[in-house]
Design a binder for this molecule. Structure first.
Ligand code: GLU
Length: 505
């Protein structure tokens, strides 16, 4: 029987979660759900220097907003906790000792100054990329170069040390990545990474492997930036004698122009958010989020799912359940996925169109209230019904719909200039008489009266339509004019025609 699927999202609380991080969480979520597995969140805070206050809370709030919460993690339950690495601190030392004992790792007593001096010396000799590795380690101060007695003396003495991986020389490390296929890396390109720090805290590499093992993680789904670390991780599993999980390294998310990775810094600079929700940095810099920009979480998630994955069909709109149903790692691509801000808006527009008028009316309510407008919910729903085709965000929907609730203050100047001709006043006056005579003012009756004026004067829509739209909405464009007239209502339409006649004729 194959092992149950258990996947984890393992963010480091070093700042806000970038949309690439949310995509990693999403793919883990989808993969877990699809496989009836468990989605876990583990907070990797072993790098004390990079810890940022509030980042963990931000990560949780973002996942909650997206509707992709894990079911095991800090504050969420699960029997493999604690799920925050700093709370597991004491657990890692025996694992580190196991590696030293079996010869896979060693104590290194070099001070930061020693290392710096080594680098400087190498630079002078024309070797700018000095590494602590199979070649150089014998000239450093470590348990491989020093005598047994000397090492023991230093340890007994409480001398500070780190523990480093003893990277084998010239060995091909091979593993099969679920997205990239077979990956082979020669160890000559890898250094003796620090596994355990002077502070008694493990580094990311050691803690990550120990925890994935103890938490029985079956698949490691993470960003491509971790691919260079994977050979070390594979060797660590071997050193412990544990089975490695399946690795799946997700493609990078690229800038819209395809030039390089979309980074945290690109956000506001390129004119679109790269964060799911607003973030206020500890030094009070504000970064905008998709939530605050008016995106529906469903649209944001739908867009993210397509950054690196495709269903193999033409379908683009997917609910979260449908994504779970269709998702597979086989359909995740290897090459970088270009972020497209226009497509992101397009997704939101599609979701806005599909949203029930009654839900839209509720979302519009705070904007109406702020503008001092009170309207029956059924009226607001009808407005949403005709206007939603043209809006991308709720604030747009509000702006575009204001004329239904308020007198017009601004008329589109270009329409006035281009469409209000000498005979317009007369034609509009004639239309007004036709409207006055109507008993009922539904779409069809309004259209009937309008067509009658066109027929009688043998003119086309363009001679009268724009003027009527200008009078009733103040705008040059919009959805069906007859629907609009019906909702605005006969009295208001007549009143607005009078105002326009007075203003422009
Ligand atoms: N803590 C790492 C990060 O910040 C996790 C990498 C991994 O998933 O192994 O992304």
């Amino acid at each position: 029987m194959s092992k149950p699927v258990r996947v984890r999202f393992a963010p480091s609380p070093t700042g806000p979660l970038h949309l690439g991080g949310v995509r990693t969480a999403l793919y883990n979520y989808l993969f877990a759900k699809k496989s009836n597995g468990t989605f876990i969140i583990r907070v990797e805070d072993t790098d004390e220097k990079r810890f940022v206050e509030g980042a963990q809370e931000y990560i949780f709030e973002s996942l909650k907003w997206c509707g992709i919460m894990p079911t095991e993690g800090p504050g969420l339950g699960g029997d493999k906790g604690p799920y925050v690495q700093s709370e597991r601190r004491d657990l890692y030392r025996p694992y580190m000792e196991q590696l030293v004992e079996n010869g896979s790792a060693y104590y290194a007593f070099d001070t930061p100054e020693d290392l710096e001096a080594m680098r400087e010396q190498a630079k002078k000799m024309g070797l700018p990329n000095w590494q602590y590795n199979a070649v150089t380690r014998s000239s450093m101060k470590n348990s491989l170069s020093l005598s047994k007695e000397e090492v023991q003396k230093r340890l007994d003495n409480g001398d500070p040390y780190t523990v480093r991986m003893k990277m084998p020389r010239n060995t091909d490390v091979k593993f099969e990545d679920a997205i990239r296929g077979w990956v082979t890396v020669n160890t000559n390109n890898l250094d003796d990474k620090v596994l355990f720090k002077e502070s008694g805290m493990p580094t990311y590499h050691l803690a990550n492997i120990v925890d994935d093992h103890l938490m029985e993680i079956s698949h490691v789904i993470r960003g491509e930036e971790w691919l260079p670390s994977a050979p070390l991780h594979v060797l660590l599993y071997e050193a412990f004698g544990w089975d490695a999980p399946v690795f799946a390294h997700l493609p990078l998310i690229l800038r819209p122009d395809g030039n390089g990775k979309l980074s945290k810094r690109d956000g506001d600079r390129l004119g679109f958010p790269v964060f799911p929700i607003d973030w206020m940095s500890p030094n009070n810099e504000k970064y905008t989020g998709y939530r605050e920009q008016g995106y529906f979480p469903e649209a944001f998630v739908n867009m993210l799912a397509f950054l690196g994955w495709n269903p193999g069909t033409n379908q683009e709109i997917f609910s979260l359940e449908e994504l779970v149903e269709s998702f597979s790692l086989e359909r995740v691509g290897k090459s970088g996925a270009r972020f497209d801000p226009d497509k992101t808006k397009w997704f939101n527009q599609q979701y806005l169109r599909e949203t029930d008028n009654s839900v839209l009316a509720d979302l519009l309510e705070p904007y109406l209230k702020e503008a001092g407008i009170s309207a029956d919910k059924s009226h607001v729903e009808r407005v949403c019904g005709v206007m939603k085709e043209r809006a991308t965000f709720i604030p747009d929907l509000f702006e575009e719909s204001k004329f239904f609730f308020q007198d017009i203050t601004d008329y589109d100047e270009k329409t006035v200039r281009k469409k209000w001709k000498e005979d317009t006043g007369g034609l509009l006056g004639e239309l007004k008489d036709g409207f006055v005579a109507l008993d009922s003012f539904g779409h069809d009756e309004v259209e009937g009266a309008f067509s009658a004026v066109l027929n009688k004067n043998e003119i086309g829509f363009g001679k009268l339509g724009p003027a009527l739209r200008l009078a009733v909405t103040g705008k040059g464009m919009g959805p069906s004019l007859f629907d609009i007239c019906e909702i605005v209502g006969k009295d208001k339409v007549l009143e607005r025609i009078d105002i326009a006649l007075e203003k422009f004729a």
